[in-house]
Every structure is written in C-alpha cells, then in structure tokens.
Design a protein around this ligand. Structure first.
Ligand SMILES: Nc1ncnc2c1ncn2[C@@H]1O[C@H](COP(=O)(O)OP(=O)(O)OP(=O)(O)O)[C@@H](O)[C@H]1O
Length: 473
C-alpha cells in the first residue's frame, strides 16, 4: 500500500478539495450498515493546523464486500509500522484548565477528544482541580488498566505524572507506562522535542501521537534536597532563567512570548546568580558532543527506517555513563563538598547569570538550551552562563531557537553524571521542569531510561550542526 493516500472529488473541486495525508494519519476505517466511514488527521489547506476529517459514504449493495475489504486493509496499514500499534488504546487523560493561556478545556472537547473517539480509544478523563491533582491520582493508578497517560497541559503536568509514578507502590511498572503530552501550556518543551518545532504546538498532532506513538525510554534526573527527592524529566534552573520561568505568571496570557518578555526584563537587571556549582563532568568538548549527537541521530533514523543498525549504543558517552537503569535508584547525594578532580568533579567559580541543566534540546519553541541532549545517554547536560554584558545577553536572543548560544565562549556546557548547587544567599529561586522548589542546596543525578514517553519517530526532533567554519569551540 502506498504511504500516502488521497481522496478526490473531481466533479465539484471547490467544495470538495483534494486532501493528502499519510496512511499513518488514518485513525479509523470501517463499513457499518452499508456506510463506509474513514477518519483521519489532515490539513484542510496547506498552511492550516492539523484537524480531524471524517468522510462517510453509502455503499451500493453489490460493493459492500469490496468496500469492507478496502476499509480492513486501510486500517491494517494505518496501524502497521516498524512496530505494530495496538488499536483501542486505553488512555488516562488529565487536562489542566489553568495551563498556558487557559484554552485547554475547549481544545480538548473540540479537537482532541473527537480524535480519541474516532480512533475508538477507551478514555478516562480528569480535568485537574488544583496543583498536584494529577500527581495524587497517578500515585494510585491501576497500572494494568491503561496503555498511556495523556497530559493536556504544559510541562508542569508531565512533571506531576513523573513524580506520581515515582511515588507509586509499583514505581518501575508505573514509569513504564508511556506519557503522551498534548501542548496547551506556555513552554511545552517535551511536545516540541517529541513532535518537532512545526507540530510541537499542534494539539491534533499530539493527539495522534497518543493514539499511534511508539514508546521511547528517556532518562530522568533525581534532585535531592534535604531529605526529599523529586524527579525531573526536563530542566533544573537557578538564576536568570528561573526568575523568567517563575516570575512571569502575570504574563501568562502571552503564551510562550511571556518568556521572551521576562528575559529582556531580567537582562536589563543583570543580577548575578548567587551559587556555587560543582559538576561531575563526563564530556566538555563542544564539537565532540555535536559529533556524538549526529552519530546517535543517524543510528536512530536508521532504526526507524528499518535499516540494519548495531544493537548496542557504543558511543563513547554512553559507554562512559555508569549510572545503572533501575527504577528508583539509591541516591548518591552527599552533603560533603565536592573535592576537585575527585571522580571527575569540578567546581565552577566564575560569576554566573544562570545555571540551566536538563534533558531534551528545546525548553520552549524559541529556546534550544540543550542542543546536544540525547534522550537516553544517562547524562544530564549542564550549562553555566558567565556574567557578560547586557548587549551580549540581548544579542544571544538572536538564534536562541537554533541553539546558537551553545557556541558562546562565555557559555560553559558539560555532559555530567551529576552536579550540585549550593546557594550563597537565601533570596532567589529554583525551577524544576517549570515548577517552583525551595532555593536550598540540591544535588542532581541522572538515571538512564527511567521513564517512557510516546514518540512518532523514536528520537528527539531537533537539528543542530557544527558551525559552517567549524573553528569555534
Ligand atoms: N485546576 C488547577 N488550578 C490551578 N493550578 C493547576 C490546576 N491544575 C494543575 N495546576 C497547576 O498548573 C501549573 C501550570 O501547569 P502547566 O505546566 O501545565 O502549564 P504552563 O505553566 O502554562 O506550561 P509550561 O510548564 O509548559 O510552561 C502546574 O503547576 C500544575 O500543578
């Protein structure tokens, strides 16, 4: 069967335009009571967002058998792939009415739920009523009842689900349930990484991923602070970007633009980030990290296209990581100060504007903070931005969506097994996956392949290359 199909109504083309869509976008096809029904996701016009399209038509009695065979083959092809996709997925859905500019409930009812219904998914939906509502519910989730947990929100609800799973009586089993994010928040970093920049804000593309996506194992970071331990799938930030993240609630109506406005305000203030940073470094050569990224992406693409690829990831970074994949690993965090040169630990003591660490290239659509991040290398990317001039900080906005600041000589970038932050004052903030945590000492460790998300292609969709002259480092 061709990878694309098209339906054409030639007699009245202006009323019945031609719509092309990949077979993968078909969510259902059947003949029932002599009516052929096909549901698929497509763009009605070239530049339109994706939407659900139904076509139905009455079949003449003598053609019912033929039409039924067609619908069966189409559905088989639509749910085939490198790996077979289960039909009728059982989805536990959480919708955060307060995420982003506040349109998630109407988007869910008008655009997302109809896709799940068309795909004959079994859905159980909760509209969250307060912070941590989703976390409380997934903590006791019946792990045998669901094929995926869907978060219709920003990254905050994903953070809740990951932490709820970690608190589950069967954490390993819970963390193996894939999370499928649908973007209605402000940053939506995970959606952009999974669906790409073009579709990262498209709720229908994300709903299709919930119906058809393949499991992708991702690393989690654990953050130990005093006696508590929380898990982060995306980012930990102190300094300028923590204030941008947490101090711009009053600009929520602006969607993701709130981060740009917040950045300009904070750059004009140019406050230093009052912390001591220690990092257990595995790699710090910027060019080598890009080369490792390209090797990883080539392997991942070859795997998805069905070409022969080596089974084991033999990249130097993956081999260097010794963190074992276990569901709730013991913390190695200690309150003792890091000893320089001990087991790869370094201490960074230049004045900084921020420390930004995490997993996944994009943290929002305008900002690729971790361009060389890999989903499952067992390493957390740690960035320390030296204090520089206001002009240099504002200039850095240009190209931030392409990760250009990676090449700044004032931006220090490490792949690390762990790192530690010790505040030198009590007045600042810590943002973990966009959520506020106490500004107190914390240590972060990366744990390989600890959680699962759904992905259309099996890798993060972000492009990052060496600079053309290839002389910077
Ligand atoms: N009914 C509710 N009322 C108030 N807050 C809620 C409710 N449900 C969930 N929350 C909280 O809303 C916060 C923000 O949610 P979310 O992260 O989904 O959106 P966002 O901040 O706009 O997006 P992003 O994290 O991508 O920037 C989270 O801390 C979550 O716990």
């Amino acid at each position: 069967m061709a990878s694309h199909c098209a339906w054409t109504w030639r007699s009245v083309p202006e009323k019945w335009p031609r719509i092309d869509t990949p077979v993968r976008n078909v969510v259902w096809a059947e003949v029932s009571d002599s009516v052929l029904e096909i549901s698929f996701i497509a763009r009605r016009r070239k530049k339109h967002a994706l939407s659900l399209v139904h076509i139905t038509g009455r079949i003449k009695d003598d053609q019912v058998q033929l039409a039924t065979a067609f619908a069966t083959s189409l559905l088989d092809a639509a749910y085939a792939g490198k790996r077979w996709v289960k039909r009728h997925r059982r989805l536990r859905v959480f919708v955060n009415p307060k995420s982003g500019p506040g349109a998630s409930v109407s988007h869910y009812l008008k655009r997302v739920e109809p896709i799940f219904q068309a795909a004959r998914c079994v859905i159980e939906t909760t509209f969250t009523q307060h912070p941590r509502h989703a976390q409380d519910l997934v903590r006791d989730l019946d792990v045998d009842q669901y094929d995926a947990v869907v978060t219709m929100s920003g990254d905050g609800l994903v953070h809740e689900v990951v932490n709820g799973f970690a608190e589950h009586a069967l954490p390993e089993r819970a963390l193996s349930i894939p999370i499928a994010p649908i973007p209605t928040g402000s940053g939506n970093g995970l959606c952009i990484n999974l669906l790409g920049v073009e579709d990262g804000y498209d709720v229908c593309a994300a709903a299709l991923n919930a119906v058809k996506g393949q499991p992708l194992r991702i690393d989690l970071c654990s953050i130990t602070q005093n006696d508590t331990r929380i898990y982060s799938f995306m980012s930990q930030v102190v300094g300028l970007f923590a204030i941008v993240d947490l101090g711009t609630e009053y600009l929520r109506f602006l969607g993701s633009t709130r981060f740009l406005v917040g950045y300009v305000i904070e750059v004009l203030k140019l406050k230093p980030c009052p912390v001591k940073l220690s990092v257990q470094v595995v790699e710090s050569d910027k060019k080598r990290m890009v080369e490792n990224l390209h090797a990883y992406q080539a392997r991942a693409r070859a795997k998805t296209s069905g070409a022969t690829v080596p089974d084991a990831d033999t990249s130097s970074l993956a081999a260097a990581s010794t963190v074992v994949a276990s569901p709730l690993p013991d913390s190695k965090a200690t309150s003792a100060p890091a000893s320089p040169l001990d087991d790869g630990w370094i201490t960074f003591d230049k004045p900084m504007s921020y420390v930004y660490a995490g997993k996944g290239p994009y943290v929002s659509k305008d900002f690729m903070q971790f361009p060389v991040s890999l989903p499952d290398d067992g390493l957390v990317d740690v960035v320390a931005q030296e204090i520089t001039t206001r002009k240099a900080m504002l200039d850095a906005m240009d190209g931030s969506e392409n990760g250009d600041s990676y090449w700044l000589s004032t931006q220090h970038y490490w792949k690390a097994r762990a790192y530690r932050v010790e505040p030198l004052t009590s007045k600042s903030c810590l943002s973990v996956d966009g959520e506020a945590y106490p500004f107190e000492p914390f240590q972060v460790e990366c744990h390989r392949e600890m959680a699962t998300v759904l992905s259309p292609c099996g890798y993060y969709q972000a492009q990052f290359d060496l600079p053309q002259d290839s002389t910077s480092s």
